[in-house]
Each structure stands twice: as structure tokens, then as C-alpha cells.
Design a protein around this ligand. Structure first.
Ligand code: GLV
Length: 323
């Protein structure tokens, strides 16, 4: 019997066509993102689902999908999936690490440079017609913060953190890092989180969102950051206390921030960070290049195909389900 697999969005890449050869494939064609109630209805009778990070896959959904055997997410982060609940039911969860490392590190570095050199603020200034003969150039005009020679603290030295470190070295930065998993990487000084916050001119966040990292950069830790430091977050919003960050940016303790991810997405227009000119905000575009998104979709399809063949997924977050 052909098994049913539901895909919650049209996906780029060729893998999805290959997947269609292995199952009875049903793809949500929009418009927009799939509403949660509809996902629940669609999953009835499905053997597997290929989802995005916008789809919440939790115990409630599982209860409505008794035939579900695998979840393949086109994302590296899996905080939208209740992985312990999946593991308890023997459901394999796939994700897409590796292929988005350099693209996401580029985004982190783009935000770091944009925040340091006030690129978004300067762009608004020009477009709004504020660049006039009276202020055409002066010694203090749009002065920012030097990147070269500064110290970068990397919170979470996984593959993306290491890729950011490589870029930082090229820019002449000194690199410190803190990681929950002990690591030794040439050219990077491993320090405790507090020391990292005290010493870094720039801090870039690269840990996954998990119960242990939720609110990791809370009001106290943000309070430890070096005066005038810049915070960059391309990991997940829930890791940084947004109100504490906004307060530190408003009172001048921090000079700027580059934020790609928010505790609630899409970010609410009244989020205090959006009211600050020294925040560069982007809409969760860390891995957003055409090539990387196609590679992620192909990897999600490869995980699903393996699951349909009864094989271990090439990239599974809960491989204990195979034991
Ligand atoms: C993006 O945030 C991802 O988890 O892939």
C-alpha cells in the first residue's frame, strides 16, 4: 500500500520530485502558510510529514495523527517540534544541518557589520531626504564602531559559530567562545560565558533553543556586557531577553544590535526593539539564499525517503528511535 506523506509548503530543489516516487504525496499549495487546524486535518492517515519551522508539531497534533511515523523538517532548529513526545512514540525526526552553515554565518556577519557601521540607519537617513547640504559630511557624521581589532565573543561554538569565527579572523578580530559542549578550535580562546560577556566588543549567538538555553542572555547577563558592545542574534529569539536588550540599547549600555530572530515571529510592530534606530532587524533570513534553501529542501526530502524505505534518516535528531 502506498503511504501518505504530507508536505506543508511548496519546496524548492529536486528532492521533492524524488520523494513523490516513493509515496502518495500531498503538498499544501497555499496561499500563505498552512494554518495549524488544517495541518491537523491533513495529517490524519499520514505516514510522514515534511514541515517548516513555522509548523508546530506537538503532542496534540500527534494525538490526531496516530499513523505518523516520521517528521522531516526543512530546518536545522527543531524547537518547533516536541522531540521528546516524538521519541516516546518512536517517531524519527529529521532536520537539515550542515548545508546552511556558511549562509547563516554570512548573515550573522552581515548583521554584525551593519550594526557596527549603522548601515540600516544610514540607509533610512538618505532615503528619508535627511542628507542635506548642511550636514553633508563632518568628522562625527554617522560614526560607528570598528570591527577590525575588536574582540568577538561567540556563544555556542557549533558549526555555524565556527564559521562565524573564520570570518572574524579574516576581519582581524580576536575571537573568544563559550560552548556547552567542550571544544578546542585553533585560534579561538574558550572562556566561561561571564568572561565572554565582560570582554567582548561584539557577541554573536549560535546556540540552539532548548530548555537549557531559553533566556540564556537574560537581564543579568546582558548587564555584564561590555559598555558599547554589539549583540547579534541569528539563532533563536527565545535565547535573548528582548525587553532587557531593548533597555540596554536605549540607555546606551550597548551600542547596537543585529537581530534576525524574535521570541515571537513574525515580530509584533510594537516590539520595543523595533523602536530603536540602533537595531538592525531582519525577518529570520539566516539561511535565505536560493541555493541553500534548495539544499535544505533536498535534505528534508532525503530524510523522508530514507524513512519511507525503513532506513535511518541521514540527519536524525533522535536516533535512539532506531535502537
Ligand atoms: C533556521 O532557523 C533553521 O533552523 O533552519
Amino acid at each position: 500500500m502506498t503511504r501518505k506523506v504530507f508536505v506543508t509548503h511548496r519546496l524548492p530543489g529536486r528532492g521533492i520530485q524524488e520523494l513523490a516516487a516513493h509515496c502518495d504525496l500531498n503538498v499544501w499549495m497555499g496561499p500563505g502558510l498552512l494554518p495549524a487546524a488544517q495541518l491537523r486535518d491533513e495529517l490524519a492517515g499520514c505516514h510522514g510529514v515534511v514541515c517548516l519551522l513555522t509548523d508546530r508539531i506537538d503532542q496534540d497534533l500527534l494525538d490526531a495523527a496516530p499513523d505518523l511515523r516520521f517528521v522531516s523538517s526543512m530546518s536545522v532548529g527543531v524547537d518547533h517540534i516536541d522531540v521528546p513526545a516524538m521519541s516516546a512514540r518512536g517517531i524519527a525526526v529529521g532536520h537539515t544541518p550542515g548545508v546552511l552553515v556558511d549562509t547563516t554565518a554570512d548573515t550573522a556577519f552581515a548583521l554584525l557589520l551593519a550594526a557596527a557601521r549603522r548601515v540600516a540607519e544610514a540607509d533610512r537617513f538618505v532615503r528619508d531626504g535627511n542628507w542635506t547640504a548642511a550636514n553633508a559630511w563632518s568628522p562625527e557624521f554617522f560614526t560607528g564602531k570598528d570591527v577590525s581589532g575588536a574582540t568577538l565573543g561567540i556563544v555556542g561554538l557549533g558549526a555555524i559559530g565556527q564559521a562565524v569565527a573564520r570570518r572574524a579572523t579574516g576581519f582581524g578580530m580576536e575571537v573568544l567562545a563559550w560552548s556547552r559542549t567542550p571544544r578546542r578550535v585553533t585560534g579561538i580562546e574558550m572562556v566561561g560565558l561571564e568572561e565572554l560577556l565582560l570582554r567582548s566588543d561584539f557577541v554573536s549567538v549560535h546556540v540552539a533553543l532548548a530548555p537549557q538555553t531559553r533566556n540564556l542572555l537574560d537581564v543579568d547577563r546582558i548587564g555584564l556586557m561590555k559598555p558599547g558592545a554589539v549583540l547579534v542574534n541569528t539563532a533563536r529569539g527565545g535565547i535573548v531577553d528582548e525587553n532587557a536588550l531593548a533597555a540596554a540599547l536605549l540607555n546606551g549600555n550597548l551600542s547596537a544590535a543585529g537581530i534576525d530572530v524574535f521570541a515571537s515571529e513574525p515580530v509584533s510592530p510594537d516590539n520595543p526593539l523595533l523602536a530603536l534606530p540602533n537595531v538592525v532587524a531582519t525577518p529570520h533570513i539566516g539561511s535565505a539564499t536560493t541555493l541553500t534553501r534548495a539544499r535544505m529542501a533536498d535534505m528534508a526530502a532525503a530524510n523522508a525517503i530514507a524513512a519511507l524505505k525503513g532506513q535511518p534518516m541521514p540527519c536524525c535528531v533522535n536516533p535512539q528511535v532506531y535502537r
